[in-house]
Design a protein around this ligand. Structure first.
Ligand SMILES: NC(=O)c1ccc[n+]([C@@H]2O[C@H](COP(=O)([O-])OP(=O)(O)OC[C@H]3O[C@@H](n4cnc5c(N)ncnc54)[C@H](OP(=O)(O)O)[C@@H]3O)[C@@H](O)[C@H]2O)c1
Length: 271
């Protein structure tokens, strides 16, 4: 399996005056821009790293990640020489989210890829679900991707090959009765993927990844409650690299839209 390479330190070209200006205009038209929600830690951070290594400029949206997490992510991006911006925003607040996307548009001029990665999960028995828990889960996992897509639409149209990639979950395909709000929200996100793929074709491709249990190296402690690996056909948990492989495929496969790729070691075939 491919491992993440060590970041390489790239020295910036120091140019002055008109030359620098022309180079800037040229490269800023050519360089690709990715927006990643929840991109400062865990899976989102690995996605941010991958896109940065693939020469995207990145706009990273985070909410409650602490300074240490943000600084760690920025340090890696600095080592790659990536053009980036971090934006703090609670995606449940759609007024602020709209304003934020306007700022991103002003800063980067266009968006080539929107990755709707932010999500929340809570294990709760049916009888203990509260309206607040339900609304919170739907707001982050479903409403935010819908409205992020809508707010980013005009900037996506400025790209030659725009795309939206939603990070769903096999919880949206399987029937996890201990995670009713989460499963409904991710099922909704999968449906949203199909609907937007139709609505936005042929201009914007829209696909989703439905991960199974993914353990993030170095952040294992925070992994959601896990089933035994023996219950997964491929007999192991997934790693961030497994998701990145699917992401690469979606980004590169120009004839792909409206698809949901389950990256789950075969777990969802046990439906
Ligand atoms: N890891 C897995 O096994 C697995 C399996 C299936 C699906 N997924 C999906 O993959 C995605 C990432 O998973 P993960 O394990 O890295 O999740 P995680 O550890 O729960 O992280 C969630 C991310 O969402 C962001 N977020 C949550 N609420 C937000 C809000 N109100 N506004 C803005 N950002 C918010 C968080 O940012 P802050 O910390 O900055 O608030 C964080 O970066 C999620 O959508 C998850 O459902 C993961």
């Amino acid at each position: 399996m491919q491992r993440f390479p060590k970041p390489q330190v790239r020295r910036s070209n120091r140019l002055v005056g008109t030359n620098y200006y022309l180079l800037f205009i040229k490269s800023s038209n050519k360089s690709r821009v990715a927006v990643i929600t929840g991109g400062a830690r865990r899976l989102g951070r690995q996605i941010t790293y991958f896109l940065a290594r693939s020469n995207y400029s990145v706009a990273v949206i985070y909410n409650s990640s602490d300074k240490k997490e943000v600084t760690l992510t920025q340090k890696y991006l600095n080592s790659l020489g990536t053009e980036y911006e971090f934006y703090r925003c609670d995606l449940r607040n759609l007024v602020k989210t709209k304003e934020l996307v306007r700022k991103i548009g002003k800063r980067f001029r266009k968006i080539d890829i929107l990755i709707n990665n932010a999500g929340v999960i809570n294990k709760t028995d049916f009888l203990k679900i509260t309206p607040e828990l339900f609304e919170n889960t739907i707001s982050v996992n479903l409403k935010a991707p819908l409205f992020m897509s809508q707010f980013c639409y005009k900037y996506l149209l400025k790209s030659d090959e725009p795309q939206i990639i939603n990070i769903a979950s096999i919880g949206g395909l399987m029937n996890w009765s201990g995670f009713i709000p989460y499963s409904i929200s991710k099922a909704g996100l999968i449906k949203l993927t199909y609907l937007l793929a139709r609505r936005l074709a042929p201009h914007i491709r829209v696909n989703a990844i439905a991960p199974g249990t993914i353990v993030i190296r170095g952040e294992e402690r925070l992994s959601p409650s896990k089933i035994k690996p023996e219950k997964i056909p491929l007999n192991r948990y997934g790693e961030a690299e497994d998701i990145i492989e699917a992401l690469k495929f979606i980004i590169d496969c120009k004839y792909l839209t409206g698809q949901v790729i389950s990256v789950d070691g075969g777990r969802s075939i046990n439906i």
